[in-house]
Design a binder for this molecule. Sequence first.
Ligand SMILES: Cc1ncc(COP(=O)(O)O)c(C=O)c1O
Length: 453
Amino acid sequence: MRNSYVESDKQYVLHPYTNLSAHQTLDPFIITHGEGIYVWDDKGNKLIEGMSGLWCASLGFSEQRLTEAATRQMQKLPYSHLFSHRSTEPAIELSEKLVSIAPDNMARAFLVNSGSEAVDMAIKMVWYYNNALGRPKKKKIIARKRAYHGITVAAGSLTGLPYVQDGFDLPAIPVMHTATPHYYREGLPGESEDDYSTRLATILETEIQAEDPDTIAAFIAEPIMGAGGVIVPPAGYFEKIQAVLKKHDILLICDEVICGFARTGEMFGSTTFNAQPDLMTVAKQLSSAYLPIGGVLLTEAVYEAMQKGSDQYGMFGTGNTYGGHPVAAAVAVETLNIYQERDIVNHVKGLSGQFQAGLERLAEHPLVGQGRGAGLIGALEIVRNKETKEQYPAGDKVAAQIANFARNHNLILRPTPGDSVALCPPLIIDDKELALVFDRLEAALNDMHQLLV
Ligand SMILES: Cc1ncc(COP(=O)(O)O)c(C=O)c1O
């Protein structure tokens, strides 16, 4: 490898989600290659990618079939688009396949290039839908505190994490942020999960009434909140929230960008948590991250109103140059084929017992207040006092330090807001590899504990 990569990185690369000053003193963590669930850094360390990159590389880093699918399509037709009635075979196949594996009420697919674009497009669709129905006032979107929906102007507005909005003049669209459904932190003494969900639904009802239901278009939710700290909804949450939304004719958008494609032990997180969305956003594991692609799935009812709108306005006037790119679509089709052939849903279901047991075991560790998760996504919430749930000062960045220790043990983890450490390994992981993940995570917790006592 050429010697100058580190210096050139510091000189030329503007890194996302990075303190730009610190980057001048810290060397970049350069990943050079990968195989299975492992990646190698430029120093020759072989690490378990315990976060699947950014919750996305579901089939790991050496799936030959995806490489071949991309090559085949690149040789056949490297580019065409979907504007003005044009189409391509991979985009057609992918849309059909997505609808066929999605919950029954999903009827159409609109292809984009990323999760943020999918969220932006879903919001545009909701606005378009209400305009077509003659309800121009019904435009506000309800999101949740600690939600992550991406970075574009609309998606970044819906995201409920200050570090994504600070300095960017966000939110810039009409959005309200309602409560995070975090039972461990927000549940009252003696309150059951179900009662907590009832309370959240009541809060939502009050907020909607205060804002005027006729001005609220949609509620957007990740089935499990990922980047905000892997927050698993309490029992009954989506049923109760959705009853309130239905009453006020407010659409539900499920942001499946992380949860989609077996992550939670069902093909979609909406199914795991009994949500019946009107629109769904997908990306990441859709192509196992091998190429950028995302999509919005919608019901026939939403589609029909949009069709009416397109007559009214002359066309459905939106689309990206690369939306439904044939090479990315071909890779996504192959990814979905692999999920089906290898029965990835049952593979995840089969391992989720071991995964949850691992989280529960580590919840006994003196530094851990709660272990939570579903399928193959989870987190440990770090506390100073297990009884009172008191946390370390945010400035101590304990979760970040644990992630650093984990890296010394060749495991990549992610610290999240709320001082939690997230885990989201490639779905192809096996039981022996999963045991290794928990051994390394425990070693990192022990290192941190030693430093603190
Ligand atoms: C739930 C969710 N929605 C949307 C996004 C944005 O996706 P992208 O980074 O592809 O724009 C993310 C990214 O992490 C996400 O986790």
